[in-house]
Design a protein around this ligand. Structure first.
Ligand code: BGP
Length: 485
């Protein structure tokens, strides 16, 4: 049996859910420059302008063009309206309460609190908005679980201060964290510092226009230090705070029992995920990364007490996302290259989603065991789910049995990890519990929710919320604490 305090809930992020991008004194974020997939996915760094002409630009000019266009509102940006949690939070939290949520994972938009990232004083309207959201959750006994930074940063810091490449960004981030910890003391105790820290790349998340390996490792070092300082500060301000990391648990399998495949998979696991969780859970850079940096002639500039900061800032728990698994291959006809001689290929044993993501519930049990064995820290599945196209049927309902079956199979394996393997698991929050914009494609049509939101890829729709079949199913799951699947 799962513990009676098990945190069943759902997960969202401000940049994909909240909207209200220029309301309440909020400043622009890098995510506000992301166009929807139909504009940018087909041809990288090209798009149709307001006269429907195709424009091609290099990466740097492309970002600057976007920066100007976002200010002039010339293009459609999904994060501007998203599904408007900003004005629908009471309705949405009531729906979560109706499902029986014990917790709600959401993120705070940094620029709602500090519009430029480095302002002298915080924006009271932004602080008040989240306070109202937390109070609304607590009214129903829903525990807020807060990601401090989920896939965005203040546009001002990216444009004028080199984003995370600059050491100053640590100071600005810590000031932001201190403001949050003080203001929401007693209301929020579960925090995560950086969403999917192992997937931070490029402009939106790191604020860096022209990336090089040297810049990447330097920026990541600043992020590790910032996260460790946030953990220490959070504990100092309130010893009830639980501060976790958030890892995309990209589970990989070797393609065969050929030792070459096994060795390559080990390399992939370290490069794709364990580097990040090793630093945040153990408090130091693993030797395999230090050696690799030496070979690549990359030197991270550190300050004297950085190693001490990392050591004293280990996270309390590991939040992680799990959607699928991949097969690592040495073959040349691989389906996707990840660089550094690491490639992925198709897994013949697994079905795939409409977006070609392999569906692998047993992989969730494996992931839980791998993380538990490696770190012995409490785990929290903070994202899982099936992105699918949902239709409103003639009877006015959304019959998403495919989603129910995906979630059910994953919950069965999650329970085995707890009940048969003894993994310490805090909770489970499926992704996009209310439909929201996809991070990968910028589209609305890839939906994950228990609640359907009337909104299309171009930002048109009534924003009306509809309960899907999975809504009633999940309600029953929570009510029975995972017994009635
Ligand atoms: C994770 C992100 C989320 C989310 C999810 C689903 O990587 O933390 O923000 O969007 O993936 O991905 P997508 O939206 O591309 O389907």
């Amino acid at each position: 049996m799962l513990s009676k305090d098990f945190l069943w809930g759902g997960a969202t992020a401000a940049n994909q859910y909240e909207g209200g991008y220029n309301e309440g004194g909020r400043g622009l974020a890098t995510s506000d420059t992301k166009t929807n997939g139909s504009l940018t996915r087909k041809r990288k760094h090209s798009f149709s302008n307001e006269n429907n002409e195709i424009i091609y630009l290099n990466e740097k000019d492309f970002i600057s063009y976007q920066y100007k266009a976002v200010i002039d509102e010339k293009m459609y940006y999904p994060s501007h309206k998203a599904v408007d949690f900003y004005h629908h939070y009471k309705e949405d939290i009531a729906l979560m309460a109706e499902m029986g949520f014990k917790c709600f994972r959401m993120s705070i938009s940094w620029t709602r609190i500090f519009p430029h990232g480095n302002d002298e004083t915080p924006n009271e309207e932004g602080l008040k908005f989240y306070e109202d959201v937390f109070d609304e959750c607590l009214k129903y006994g829903i525990e807020p679980v807060v990601t401090i930074n989920h896939f965005d940063m203040p546009l001002y810091l990216a444009e004028h201060k080199d984003g995370w490449l600059s050491r100053d960004t640590i100071t600005y981030f810590i000031n932001y964290c201190e403001t949050l910890f003080n203001r929401y003391m007693g209301k929020v105790k579960y925090w995560m510092t950086f969403n999917e820290i192992n997937l931070l790349r490029g402009y939106t998340t790191l604020g860096i226009k022209e990336m090089t390996p040297q810049k990447y490792y330097q920026a990541m070092h600043h992020i590790f230090v910032a996260s460790a300082l946030a953990v220490q500060l959070g504990h100092q301000i309130d010893s009830n705070n639980h501060i976790g990391m958030m890892l995309a648990h990209i589970l990989t399998y070797p393609e065969s029992c050929n030792p070459l495949d096994i060795a390559l998979e080990l390399k992939a696991s370290r490069a794709l995920k364990y580097f990040f969780s090793d630093v945040q859970c153990r408090g130091y850079y693993p030797s395999y990364v230090l050696q690799q940096l030496k070979h690549k002639n990359i030197e991270i500039i550190k300050e004297e007490n950085d190693d001490e900061i990392l050591k004293n800032g280990c996270v309390d728990y590991i939040g992680f996302s799990y959607y699928n698994s991949g097969v690592i291959t040495t073959r040349e006809d691989a389906t996707q290259s990840l660089g550094n001689g690491i490639s992925l290929t198709h897994n013949p044993y697994l079905q795939e989603s409409e977006w070609k993501w392999p569906i692998d519930p047993i992989g969730l049990r494996i992931s839980l065991n791998l993380l538990w064995d490696r770190y012995q820290k409490p785990l929290f599945i903070v994202e899982n789910g099936l992105g699918a196209v949902d239709e409103i049927s003639e009877d006015g309902k959304i019959h998403d049995d495919y989603r129910i079956s995906y979630l059910k199979d994953h919950i069965i394996e999650m329970k085995k990890a707890v009940e048969e393997d003894g993994v310490d698991l805090i909770g489970y929050t499926p992704w996009g519990c209310i439909d929201l914009v996809s991070a990968g494609t910028g589209e609305m049509k890839k939906r994950y929710g228990f609640v359907y939101v009337d909104m299309d890829d171009e930002g048109h729709g009534s924003l009306k919320r509809y309960r899907k079949d999975s809504f009633y199913w999940y309600q029953k799951v929570i009510q029975s604490n995972g017994e009635d699947l």
